[in-house]
Write a protein that binds this ligand. Structure first.
Ligand SMILES: NC(=O)C1=CN([C@@H]2O[C@H](COP(=O)(O)OP(=O)(O)OC[C@H]3O[C@@H](n4cnc5c(N)ncnc54)[C@H](OP(=O)(O)O)[C@@H]3O)[C@@H](O)[C@H]2O)C=CC1
Ligand SMILES: CC(=O)[C@@H](O)[C@H](O)COP(=O)(O)O
Ligand SMILES: [Mn+2]
Length: 380
């Protein structure tokens, strides 16, 4: 039996993880759950999964839920509440499935208390990869990737040595606007941007997929998880999302991981590694799929990918700035305050205004994150 704390239990990854718990009551037990503000769903989850503690980011909603539940369970609130649930004494593994850099401190807290990490939240590594990886090394903690591409790389690395990697190839679906020129992207609506061709996910990651920023964030995530130079990371557009990523070794043998697009595969591998467990996912039928196709990403129309590569090549605090600015512009796009094509433009303007700081400690990182958010908000 593994005991798991789930940060973001009311979201896409969180609810799929709870389905895995339901299907495997002899293997997984929930000890902690968190939400931003969806206390109705959290209340239902509490009844079913009986965690020891829960946290609600929004303090008013936390208060309301505590009133509803009385003394049956403790409802913590805010970022401190998330950190406490992330690092619960009873938890063996903490799943970080909140979107955005808000996942950084709870993840660090969980590592500090020696919890294994199932990491869905890519922004944590984009913003503070050096700090997270250093802490994980210091505490001898394993970070199991949940992001489908990184889980694919993780699987292609099994039985091989990281030092024998020549390069990795991250696949990108290309999002709903694949093939469009910059001019055609001018009339993109929020509704269209939220229609991912292959995956049903939360709003933030869906918009990032549409701009290709998601792939840029994943490049940075891969750099930290697998200790690679940016030059060793390539992105290829693969519209079917059947090949989830590939590793080419120094002997030019290339391994790939395939499967229908279903996040339960990477989630359950992160939970049960090294075991693979049966599930209800359809068996891969390549003849039925027919063809798998590949294209070069168009980084002129989808400039976010180029900006992410640029940020990680520059290094220091630049990825923190890229991530924070992107979080703000995506929020503003979702509120229809800016256009789709302004997303990379504003991120780039914030990056241009930033003087990079190297040897970034956590306090400085948090200050820079705040600065980038304020700057992006002002521009929006
Ligand atoms: N969904 C997917 O298939 C994949 C997701 N990921 C990554 O996993 C992470 C989660 O994505 P996804 O599940 O799609 O996101 P969702 O938006 O579906 O869910 C997010 C969860 O986190 C909570 N949350 C949102 N904002 C905050 C906040 N500021 N503070 C605390 N809790 C918050 C939400 O609560 P509430 O319900 O109240 O809003 C919800 O429980 C992201 O980093 C994403 O990039 C990676 C690969 C695939
Ligand atoms: C499922 C998953 O891992 C997402 O991050 C996915 O990668 C999004 O698809 P894109 O390839 O369109 O970014
Ligand atoms: Mn992904």
């Amino acid at each position: 039996m593994k005991y798991v704390s789930i940060l973001g239990s009311t979201g896409s990854i969180g609810t799929q993880t709870l389905e895995i718990v339901t299907d495997n009551p002899d293997k997984l037990k929930v000890v902690g759950l968190t939400t931003n503000e969806n206390i109705d769903l959290l209340e239902k989850q509490i009844k079913i999964f009986q965690p020891k503690v829960v946290a609600v980011m929004n303090p008013d909603k936390a208060y309301e839920l505590q009133k509803r539940l009385g003394k049956r369970i403790e409802v913590l609130s805010g970022l401190n509440g998330l950190c406490d649930v992330a690092s619960l004494y009873d938890a063996d593994i903490t799943l970080t499935a909140v979107p955005g850099m808000v996942g950084l401190l709870p993840t660090l807290e969980a590592i500090d208390k020696r919890k294994d990490i199932a990491l869905a939240n890519k922004e944590t590594l984009v913003s503070g990869g050096h700090i997270v990886m250093e802490k994980a090394r210091e505490k001898n903690i394993k970070i199991y990737p949940v992001d489908s591409e990184h889980s694919a790389i993780f699987q292609c690395l099994m039985g091989n040595r990281e030092k024998d990697i020549h390069k990795i190839i991250l696949t990108a679906s290309g999002g709903p606007f694949r093939g469009k020129s910059l001019t055609e992207l001018k009339d993109v609506t929020v509704e269209k941007a939220l229609k991912h061709p292959n995956w049903s996910m939360g709003k933030k990651v869906t918009i990032d997929s549409a701009t290709l920023m998601n792939k840029g964030l994943e490049v940075i995530e891969a750099k930290w998880l697998f200790e690679l130079d940016p030059e060793q990371i390539e992105v290829v557009v693969h519209p079917q999302s059947i090949i989830h990523s590939l590793v080419e070794y120094v002997d030019h043998s290339t391994l790939a991981q395939l499967g229908y697009p279903d996040m339960k595969i990477p989630i359950q591998l992160a939970m049960f590694y090294p075991a693979r467990i049966n599930n209800k996912i359809k068996s891969l039928n390549l003849a039925e799929i027919g063809s798998l196709t590949f294209e070069k990403p168009n980084t002129e129309a989808f400039r976010c990918l180029a900006l992410a590569f640029e940020s990680i090549k520059l290094g220091g605090s630049m990825p923190t700035v890229l991530n924070a600015a992107n979080e703000i512009v995506v929020e503003n796009f979702l509120k229809k305050k800016i256009d789709f094509i302004q997303i990379p433009q504003i991120v780039e303007r914030v990056m241009e205004k930033h003087d990079i700081i190297y040897n970034l400690d956590l306090d400085k990182l948090l200050q820079i994150d705040e600065w980038a958010r304020a700057t992006a908000s002002t521009i929006c």
